[in-house]
Design a protein around this ligand. Sequence first.
Ligand SMILES: [Ca+2]
Ligand SMILES: [Ca+2]
Length: 193
Amino acid sequence: MGNKPSIPLAEEEIVELQNETGFSRSQLKSMYSRFLHLCGDGKDEVIRRSDLLRLSDLKSNPLGSRVVDAFFKDACSDDETMDFIQFVKAAAIFRPQSKHTTESALNSTENKLKFVFEIYDLDGNAAISHEEMLSLLKMMVGPEVNDETLSQIAERAVREGDLDEDGYISFSDFKKALMRTEAENKVSIRFLD
Ligand SMILES: [Ca+2]
Ligand SMILES: [Ca+2]
């Protein structure tokens, strides 16, 4: 059991973090314990890519390393380490939304979609190409399905998502395509009722 370690931040910083992320104080405390656990034995309290890649959930996920890349990309602009504040802000993207969620909130639909887009955009040039879609499919299905079939699936996926028909899925294409899907799902549910 034992007491949870207290967060090594000034009171104002904690309040600011609560306001910015929407996490409660007790959630932040739990996250700090989790953070320390992830930090491993390093003397400095930071998480590295390799610390997250060791997590079993991510290890068994074929896109695990892409998820970690996107998580780091959102949290830190240049370096390879994440401190507690950056960790909490990155985690805030995954908070469920409520009807009070604003467009500027960290867990806005825009930020959630951006996170998924970054997983797909392997070279980070803000566009998903046919080659990237193919590499992703290969990561997901493994070698059982032949390349030609995968290439056709990739081509169709890019064509369907590429709303402005320039050959790539930009973030704006991606957003519109996913929102359209979501709207379709809502209509289908209503229809089933
Ligand atoms: Ca790209
Ligand atoms: Ca496009």
